[in-house]
Write a protein of this length. Structure first.
Length: 133
């Protein structure tokens, strides 16, 4: 599972860093599964393109529960990847409330078994990567 996830993340990062020149919106990219629209964020003073909630597998519910992930099917239209996806089922860590970084440990979106999504963060400008700036 870890190996499959690593391959998927690497593939999506490779795909998402190439913006399709036919789109006017630089935050809409073309992948092998379809178009994805993200959003721009400033992180540590640099612009980052953020794509959240990209499905990499069908939801593991019903007959797919406790089975190997089944790849997500391509979609039509533009996938809105501007909202955080569901968190996987987990226990909230409440032993030391209010510590710095608590939001990284505790879910801050809906909890669901339907949680097989990727969040991709790509630099808006790459030094030496063929983009100017």
């Amino acid at each position: 599972m870890y190996h499959l996830t690593s391959i998927l993340v690497f593939s999506l990062l490779s795909i998402l860093t190439r913006v399709d020149a036919s789109h006017q919106d630089p935050l809409t990219v073309t992948t092998t599964s379809g178009l994805i629209r993200g959003r721009a964020r400033i992180v540590l003073g640099r612009e980052v393109h953020v794509f959240t909630g990209i499905p990499y597998a069908k939801p593991p519910v019903g007959p797919l529960r406790f089975r190997k992930p089944v790849p997500a099917e391509p979609w039509h239209g533009v996938l809105d990847a501007t909202h955080p996806p569901n968190c996987c089922v987990q226990e909230r860590y409440e032993y030391f409330q209010g510590f710095q970084g608590e939001e990284l440990w505790n879910p801050n979106t809906n909890i669901s078994e339907d949680c097989l999504y990727l969040n991709v963060f790509a630099p808006a400008r790459l030094k030496g990567g063929g983009q100017e700036g």
